[in-house]
Design a protein around this ligand. Structure first.
Ligand SMILES: Nc1ncnc2c1ncn2[C@@H]1O[C@H](COP(=O)(O)OP(=O)(O)OP(=O)(O)O)[C@@H](O)[C@H]1O
Ligand SMILES: [Mg+2]
Length: 231
């Protein structure tokens, strides 16, 4: 992203955002409530249009493209709050993610890959989404995003509201997704865990990037430790 500015009506939500995420890496976006993290992901997805600036993916401009074209380019997104289809089964929810034409014919293969990443979902495949636990629902949300065969996966607060053991499962899944060569951008409140697996991290405050650095360096950073890790 280069000098991206985003407004909701007359109110500016993102100010002059510039950031880079290396292909094949995990990047963390952190910041307090209302900082603009979800807005930033939505802007990349084409769900919110920037007023100025450029977004380049794989060397090509994607700002201004409709969301389905952004998905076709290889970007996927699991939104905050999961947004599953409650009366559809796990497998039907996953199927909804393989709507892009380039992904449809790989449907069975991709479902299998999702089940390998999150084995519990295989057992739950016929269960309605509304009856899933929070952790299982999050796995379906991530799995559904993977069904479009993305090269860049963006996750908005995947661990929100989940018990520590389940959070570990989610993070193991994220780690195996990266090992499969998919670039990941994660918005996380569990900053410690996210930073320890990230090669790059950005802090968003009041719509501006105020700090950035390698995951390991950020973990040691005095400001990050006080403001975000409560140390
Ligand atoms: N559709 C919208 N219309 C108007 N203002 C919005 C809209 N969506 C978000 N905002 C405002 O933009 C700012 C950033 O919101 P955003 O949801 O991006 O923050 P966030 O960092 O994701 O917060 P949280 O951690 O609570 O999810 C907030 O002030 C919010 O009220
Ligand atoms: Mg948010």
């Amino acid at each position: 992203m280069r000098n991206v500015n985003v407004f909701y009506g007359e109110i500016q939500a993102l100010w002059d955002i510039s950031l880079t995420v290396e292909s094949g890496s995990i990047a963390t976006l952190m910041g307090s409530n209302g900082a603009g993290k979800s807005t930033l992901l939505k802007t990349i997805m084409g769900l919110v249009l920037p007023r100025s600036g450029e977004i380049l993916y794989d060397g090509k401009r994607i700002d201004g493209l409709p969301t389905d074209r952004v998905v076709d380019a290889g970007v996927a997104y699991a939104p905050e709050g999961r947004h599953l289809f409650p009366d559809f089964s796990v497998e039907e929810n996953l199927r909804m993610g393989s709507f892009p034409s380039h992904a449809r014919k790989f449907h069975d293969e991709e479902v299998e890959r999702v089940y390998k990443t999150f084995p519990i979902l295989r057992e739950r495949s016929r269960q309605k989404a509304r009856t899933l636990s929070g952790g299982e629902a999050q796995m379906v949300a991530i799995g559904r995003a993977l069904m479009s065969r993305p090269k860049l996966l963006m996750l908005d607060e995947p661990s929100a509201g989940l018990a520590p053991l389940i959070v570990s499962r989610i993070f193991e899944g994220i780690s195996s997704i990266r090992q499969a060569g998919i670039t990941v951008i994660v918005v996380e409140q569990d900053v410690g865990r996210a930073l320890s697996m990230s090669s790059m991290a950005y802090i968003l405050e009041n719509g501006r990037i105020t700090r950035s650095g390698g995951g390991g360096d950020m973990l040691k950073n005095e400001y990050v430790r006080t403001a975000y890790l409560g140390v």
